[in-house]
Ligand binder design. Sequence first.
Ligand code: G3P
Ligand code: MG
Length: 249
Amino acid sequence: MSIPAPPPLAPITGHRGAKGHAPENTIAGLRKAVALGARWIEFDVKLTADNELVLFHDDTLNRTTDGKGRVKRMTLLEIRKLDAGRWFSSDFTGEPVPTLAEAMDYLAANGIGANVEVKACPGRETETGAATAQALAGRWFGGPIPILISSFSADSLAAARHAAPQIPRGFLTLRFFRDWATRMRELECATFHVLDRRLTETRVRAVREAGYRVLAFTVNDPARARELLSWGVESIVTDYPDRISAVVR
Ligand code: G3P
Ligand code: MG
């Protein structure tokens, strides 16, 4: 099978929802990003101990909930009892950790593109990539919204490709590796998501000339966003969609 075509991206992608304005990886965060004009949203997905897919960034519950311990040791039922909003602000008290299904249903109902980052707990890279791709392929891919599976983990991307090769994949990186083209080719990725400060105009041009789309994360400075967009970066992943919208035509 050939590499799936990249989905139609938008200049702004809300990061973990709208991380600057609302608790990350919650439905309230997705709602905030939409209210601020984002047409694409990025969020992180992990497997619970009982193999349910939830939105979560860290390997432990400590920073973003009122619980403690490792996500991979907790069941969905245990995680659902936690408060994932109060740590951010009392305005969000009672906000739960959402399931992938809840997040996707919300985005599908609102016509918002889903950048689903597979953020596996250590040791669960393959199973998380496979489970995410299977879930997306079984219910949402091919439906009303564009979907992209992204990951820093080559194992997760390979597992996603194996489980659902038709869903476009994005390669996340904190460094601009010399062999970026080989890695992109091997994993049959359509999009390259690069840490903002690693990007130069020459690098963006090289990736685009190779036929890939470039996303930059995480950019909260409108002037830098304008520069990146002028180089051909296709989407700015930001905690503040409202700030970046000022420089998007
Ligand atoms: O998709 C870009 C960004 O989400 C990657 O970093 O740590 O925020 O998941 P992180
Ligand atoms: Mg992420």
